[in-house]
Design a binder for this molecule. Structure first.
Ligand code: NAD
Length: 447
């Protein structure tokens, strides 16, 4: 099938590559000329396990084409995916200007029937808006061409995006049109062989499903972070509590890890966007507001530990930082906890020597050259002349480091672990002062 994907980001590029891999003819359109030029040279703009060979092979086979020419893109596919960003507006609601721009572009150039599939995460009612934009633009052209708008939210996880798209747990489709549904079934049939993964519903329910999923996951994290703060003050160990509740099959072990807050391009903006949607219609989303507030507080957790440990005297100090990406296996630093921490340390007059296996270029792009940020070639190199070590991302490679070397290199044997990678008792035995999240059993309880 001929498919066009607007937006070559984490979602658009991965989805396009996976669709090409199963044999569809996919054209990707982006307004970012550098990105398109680089992709044609085999330079992949993001780090995502398994993506590079997939893109290269399908590009070379001619099943995956990159262009900035929107007209060519509209002409190519009967199916037109919208996979552009929906960043937060000034008030936190989803900014739909990229989505509506693509809708307008499709309507300006289409010369035949199109199925417009919205894959971006968009507030309930956006499909109606897209419908309106396309209709109005066609009217201006005095065209009577027909089209359909479908909601097909994406659930991929950064860091596992290729396998998530190859073997989706579910394919949510919002449409009330049987013919369109047949077309989409055909498109996704290579991913739907083992059992039926399609969950069909009306458009508004599909749009809300995406927000509900992300808000549920964010809620689990904030809940555990709330528990971790209580554990810390009550002299309990949240890691024991986590296992205690995870063993309940109604709760389960997934997504109940305490830490220094959630980040990324989705949870923070999607929780905020749903809050704004709710407020807009006169509903107070108290739970979602609390989820967001708990997370904002949690992102300052490591800094407050550091400040407490050094009695507020951080000016002129240097900190080794392991992990810049918002989670492992990605180079994405959007809303990452490491940024909140680094910016607070800089504000207090401290320097950061950081290492991340994949996000170094991204950190350089965001912060440029500055005296108080040194990007080091290895995790060990960050330790030289550093007052303490702080961990923000649970990369596999950080789980079993050379503790003797860390202790011998740091000025003070202090570790602030935002992802609970190590056991407090073992760390104390090794001679470290160790701060984990919610590990109150190893410190004096407040009561
Ligand atoms: N990143 C994720 O893990 C993830 C997961 C599920 C859903 N989503 C949602 O998918 C959407 C895309 O997210 P992303 O992370 O891939 O975004 P991204 O920022 O990585 O990529 C968006 C791309 O769209 C391009 N673009 C903007 N306007 C355009 C236009 N008019 N025509 C063509 N291209 C245009 C940009 O240049 C950019 O390359 C968002 O709504 C997001 O919430 C993201």
């Amino acid at each position: 099938m001929k498919v066009t994907v607007f937006g070559i980001g984490y979602v658009g590029l991965v989805q396009a590559a996976v669709l090409a891999e199963v044999g569809h003819d996919v054209m990707c359109v982006d307004i970012d000329e550098t990105k398109v030029a680089n992709l044609k040279k085999g330079i992949i703009p993001i780090f995502e396990p398994g993506l590079t060979p997939l893109v290269k092979e399908n590009y070379e086979a001619g099943r995956l084409i990159f262009t900035t020419d929107a007209k060519q893109g509209v002409a190519h596919g009967e199916i037109q995916f919208i996979a552009v960003g929906t960043p937060p507006d000034e008030d936190g609601s989803a900014d739909l200007k990229y989505v509506t721009a693509v809708a307008r572009t499709i309507a300006e150039h289409m010369t035949s029937y199109k199925v417009i599939i919205d894959k971006s995460t968009v507030p309930v009612g956006t499909a109606d808006k897209v419908h309106e934009v396309v209709s109005e633009t066609l009217k201006k052209r005095q065209s009577e061409l027909s089209f359909d708008v479908v909601s097909n939210p994406e659930f991929l996880k950064e860091g596992a995006a290729v396998s998530d798209c190859m073997k989706p747990e579910r394919i949510v489709i919002g449409t009330d049109n049987e013919q369109v549904l047949d077309l989409i079934r055909e498109l996704y049939s290579p991913f739907n062989r083992n059992h039926d993964r399609m969950v069909i519903m009306d458009i508004r329910s599909a749009e809300l499903t995406k927000y509900a999923a992300n808000c549920m996951l964010a809620t689990k994290i904030s809940f555990m972070n709330e528990m971790s703060n209580l554990a810390e003050m009550l002299g309990a160990d949240i890691e024991k509590v986590r296992q205690g509740i995870g063993s309940d099959s109604r709760i389960g072990y997934h997504f109940i890890y305490p830490g220094c807050g959630y980040g990324g391009s989705c949870f923070p903006k999607d929780v905020q966007a749903l809050i704004r949607t709710a407020e807009h219609i006169g509903y107070q989303p108290e739970l979602l507001q609390a989820v967001e507030a708990v997370n904002a507080r949690q992102k300052h957790k490591l800094f407050s530990f550091v400040q407490r440990h050094f009695n507020g005297d951080l000016k002129g100090r240097t900190f080794a930082l392991w992990g810049l990406a918002f989670k492992p296996n990605t180079d994405d630093m959007r809303e990452s906890s490491s940024r909140v921490l680094m910016e607070a340390l800089w504000q207090a007059g401290a320097k950061v020597q950081a290492f991340d296996p994949e996000a170094m270029e991204e950190a350089q792009r965001i912060y440029g050259n500055r005296d108080d940020l040194l990007l080091m070639g290895t995790k060990e190199a960050t330790l030289h002349n550093a007052d303490a070590l702080i961990i923000c991302t649970e990369w596999q490679n950080f789980r079993a480091p050379d503790f003797d070397l860390i202790k011998a290199t740091l000025k003070h044997p202090v570790v602030f672990d935002g992802r609970n990678l190590y056991e407090p008792e073992r760390m104390n035995q090794r001679g470290f002062t160790y701060y984990g999240i919610g590990r109150g059993a190893s410190v004096n309880p407040v009561i």
